[in-house]
Design a protein around this ligand. Structure first.
Ligand code: ADP
Ligand code: MG
Length: 264
């Protein structure tokens, strides 16, 4: 991995005055926040609040109208998604991106080869190359036993774990996860986000994620930022966000009070 060391005290990611409009819709309206290495930051807000637009302005899919996206001090705005990925910004996808006919291990091996820039030269030998590294990643996500199963045979929750292993194969410094648990049962959601938390702590990766289950957000996020109609309306610890009157009104509605974290 070609990550440059961060200056002491510098955040991994600093988003400054980000704006993106679609016609008259201000999808992201002057949003600023920071994210540290090893931190799990949840971006929450109602549907249409601008969360995905925010993600896409960071990963290069969209060019913001205004603002800066600093990764370790380097501005990502204007760079191609592939270049941003190469700089260590990984992401998992809402739609399963694994290849069903290849084995679990082969999917991860291809990602490792691609990261190392060896994919074209060594394609034919992918089943032998990087196997040990792939197995280590699969072990980390709890899928070692499934290494030689075709991806198409996996349960949905396990496909999400393969996607996480694939994202980690790129050695990311920052991982963007837009609804990583979409379509999963509550228990699987908890397991996946708990796994992400453990792995990113160990590896010092910063994570920005969205998640619909407030139970999961309050249980695992280190910090939460709240978007409503494109604007950032609150930022703080899970406890502070749960008690924030504006968040309750705008995001949870007048009656919906989210559950307390289990170990609070
Ligand atoms: P979220 O992810 O929080 O649900 P989005 O970022 O997807 O919200 O959308 C924010 C707003 O921007 C919405 O009003 C949405 O309709 C609008 N929007 C998002 N993407 C586009 C697009 N490509 N073209 C036009 N409008 C868009
Ligand atoms: Mg979205």
């Amino acid at each position: 991995m070609s990550a440059q060391p961060l200056a002491a005290g510098a955040p991994l990611l600093r988003v400054e005055s980000l704006r993106k409009a679609f016609g008259g819709v201000r999808a992201v309206d002057d949003v600023s926040f920071e994210l540290g290495a090893g931190e799990l930051l949840a971006l929450i807000g109602p549907n249409g609040a601008g969360k995905s637009t925010c993600f896409n302005c960071i990963n290069g899919q969209l060019r913001p109208d205004h603002g800066r996206v600093l990764l370790g001090g380097t501005d990502l705005v204007g760079r191609a998604p592939r270049a941003i990925w190469r700089m260590g910004v990984g992401r998992t996808f809402q739609i399963a991106a694994t290849w069903a006919s290849m084995t679990v291990a082969e999917n991860v091996q291809v990602a490792l080869l691609s990261h190392a820039g060896r994919l074209n030269r060594f394609w034919g030998r992918a089943s032998a190359m990087c196997r040990d590294e792939a197995l280590a990643l699969l072990d980390a996500v709890g899928l070692a036993a499934m290494a030689d199963a075709p991806c198409g045979a996996l349960a949905y929750g396990d496909v999400k774990r393969v996607e996480l292993a694939i994202a980690l194969a790129n050695g990311p410094r920052l991982l963007l996860m837009d609804e990583p648990t979409a379509g999963m049962a509550p228990r699987e959601r908890n397991e996946l986000v708990g796994l992400v938390k453990r792995l990113v702590r160990e590896r010092g990766i910063g994570v920005l994620f969205t998640e619909h289950s407030m139970d999961v957000v309050f249980e695992y996020a280190d910090r939460i930022i709240v978007l409503a109609r494109g604007g950032l309306i609150a930022e703080g610890t899970p406890a502070a966000i749960r008690d924030d009157p504006q968040v309750r009104e705008v995001y949870f509605g007048s009656t919906g009070v989210p559950a307390a974290p289990k170990d609070a």
